[in-house]
Design a protein. Structure first.
Ligand code: NAD
Ligand code: WQD
Length: 370
């Protein structure tokens, strides 16, 4: 299978590139390096011993994307490109809506013109909002998001779902009328897989690629890693007065290589591969399917701090501070659908997560910069 990964030089994209290449698929990457560098792809090639077709481009630049997609004609696009910092999205909503929505609309227009019909989208558990009770199943209602970043994911899910539905209706209509599709019509029904990630953490076991946040990390694991390696003094735990066993929030932390392997399964599924439990083997999806990618097991902030201390061999300094605005107390997946339909489940636990995160951080204390 030929895959094209938008945002493929980023954290999850680069790990997915490794998993795709390891599974014997071809990989092209489009990235404008707004939050990454080409070095990540050089390392993907080093890990796998395989070549990646690399394009520097903005996914919202339609003429350029038409050129790239025409040259590659991928069987499946995996759309990672996007801005993802929750706090920044509150301060810069216009930039977030422009970038995240525009990249998806541009891709949809290009795909329709070129007759490309398969797309896997990076969504987030953040679309479940605050009112659902974990474990979240895929049919739990999409909730009210607490920030513009979350809304962009919510909206992109909706846009892709609506486009898939309309494409199927249009193809039926054309077929009934005995007509062939024009430039602005779908040649076959669009197939969409929405993947709702929980909390991706860890790194490839080689220690060559990993998460490389710019500035002060917003997320727990990169912050803990930077404290452990001596780049920061201590972690602030955002509240220990929640209604949980140790008072800190619980999340579903998933090893990024498990997540990456989930993308391989999703892309294979979209092209017609089915687990044995499913009957209609060999049939392209045609429509929208949504999967949680999580482990189903929650860990608290203090459990993660303790696990990281075990992995790096010394305690990670922390202080308890105030709650962070917008945090939900508990979030974890019901991961059963991905297991049953994709034949995928996470296999790495928190000790492997912390071991691999520490391996990456201790060998690359300043990320890709040195
Ligand atoms: P990342 O920032 O490391 O990767 C995103 C990549 O997209 C970067 O390489 C960036 O340079 C690129 N990019 C952004 N806008 C672009 C544009 N207009 N044109 C071309 N490239 C562009 O983030 P990540 O953690 O790897 O996340 C990948 C995707 O998964 C994002 O869509 C993110 O919202 C989503 N997601 C991430 C998490 C998480 O916790 N990391 C959780 C849920 C969903
Ligand atoms: C995890 C836990 C914090 C930092 C975010 C996005 C979500 C998704 C994944 C993209 C929470 C606590 C954190 C710190 C802390 N991203 N914490 N001190 O908030 O679950 O999810 O990333 O889609 O949309 O919101 O992840 O890693 O920020 O926080 O105590 O310095 O760690 O309060 O309980 P979160 P996180």
């Amino acid at each position: 299978m030929k895959t094209l990964l938008t945002g493929g030089a980023g954290y999850i994209g680069s790990h997915t590139a490794v998993a795709m290449l390891d599974a014997g698929h071809e990989v092209a990457v489009v990235d404008n390096y707004v939050n990454s560098s080409a070095e990540a792809i050089a390392r993907v090639e080093k890990i796998t011993g395989k070549k990646v077709a690399l394009y520097e481009a903005d996914v919202a630049d339609k003429p350029r994307m038409m050129e790239i997609l025409k040259a590659e004609m991928p069987d499946c696009i995996i759309h990672f490109a996007g801005l993802k910092a929750v706090g920044e999205s509150v301060a810069m909503p216009v930039e977030y809506y422009r970038n995240n929505i525009d990249t998806t609309l541009t891709l949809l227009e290009c795909m329709r013109e070129l007759g490309l019909t398969n797309i896997v989208f990076s969504s987030s558990a953040t679309v479940y909002g605050e009112d659902n009770v974990p474990p979240f199943t895929e049919d739990a209602p999409k909730g009210m998001c607490t920030n513009p970043y979350g809304w962009t994911k919510w909206m992109q899910e909706q846009m892709l779902t609506d486009a898939a539905k309309a494409s199927a209706a249009e193809c039926e209509k054309l077929k009934a009328a005995g007509k062939t599709a024009g430039k602005d019509e779908w040649k076959s029904p669009l197939s969409v897989v929405l993947l709702r990630y929980f909390n991706p953490v860890g790194a490839h076991e080689s220690g060559l690629i990993g998460e490389d946040p710019q500035g002060i990390p917003n997320n727990l694991m990169p912050f803990i890693s930077q404290v452990a390696v001596g780049r920061r003094d201590h972690l602030t735990v955002f509240g220990d007065d929640y209604d949980t066993p140790d008072g800190t929030c619980r999340r579903d932390y998933i090893h990024v290589m498990d997540l990456a392997e989930g993308h391989v399964k999703a892309a294979e599924y979209i092209l017609g591969k089915r687990s044995e439990a499913e009957e209609e083997s060999g049939k392209p999806l045609g429509g929208t399917e949504v999967f949680n990618l999580g482990t189903g097991s929650p860990y608290s902030v203090l459990e993660m701090v303790a696990a990281f201390g075990r992995a790096c061999g010394h305690a990670v300094a922390y202080e308890v501070g105030a709650r962070r605005a917008g945090d939900v107390q508990d979030s974890w997946a019901d991961a059963e659908k991905a297991r049953a339909v994709l034949g995928w489940q996470a296999s790495r636990g928190i000790d492997e997560i912390c071991r691999d995160a520490w391996n990456w951080q201790s060998h690359n204390p300043h990320g890709y910069k040195e």
